[in-house]
Design a protein around this ligand. Sequence first.
Ligand code: SAH
Ligand code: DHB
Ligand code: MG
Length: 221
Amino acid sequence: MSQKIWDAVDRYFAGALLTPDAVLDEARAAAEKAGLPDIAVAPNQGKFLHLIARATGAARILEVGSLGGYSTIWLARALPPAGRLVSLEIDPAHAEVARSNVANAGFAERVEIRVGKALDLLPKLAAEKLPPFDFAFIDADKGSNAAYFDWAVKLGRSGTTIVVDNVVRGGAVADEASRGGDVMGVRRLAEAITSDGRVSATAVQTVGEKGYDGFLIAVVN
Ligand code: SAH
Ligand code: DHB
Ligand code: MG
């Protein structure tokens, strides 16, 4: 079982369950043209995030790590008309592509891309005393996962759903010899959650066009 069959299965379900989508194709193409790395979530993963946000009735969404706005658009599509999404991005060039893609998708009014280090922007967001976020997607530099997760809990409410991308990394998370920054960031997050009575969490492994990886999902108690 490997990449070839994972790709084929992704193609099969994309054909069966995901409608052709010019706006999302344009967003991917614009990101590629601008030289952004090819690390956005896969289409079926984007729709997965969209469906969780919709199923939980999320009207206020927080994203950490916009890249070119691909996951942002999927999540924005879950919002009700008066919903809001705030996405944090450190790289101004990424943020510019994300803003343009989000506008092209019709969400300029509901989505705000803020530029800066997420660890600087999150305390500012907290100081604004906005209504709590209902859903958070954490997908930036993995070394700061635990800190982003802590902020997502603080900026949430009982029932807020938090999804963290890339927690498996080809299985590296469970390989003792793996000591890279990303993997250590995921382990720090998992260990912090172990003794965090504020949330209930699990993780699911995924395979597909993005390789072998996974999501952590948590709900605030
Ligand atoms: N969520 C996107 C992919 C995000 S890739 C999607 O699936 O479509 C990770 C992004 O996090 C990159 O654009 C990177 O520039 C950004 N990032 C990295 N470190 C960051 C930080 N400290 N604060 C905010 N964003 C950061
Ligand atoms: C990387 C980051 C991601 O968010 C992702 O989904 C895949 C890869 C990376 O930095 O390599
Ligand atoms: Mg990711």
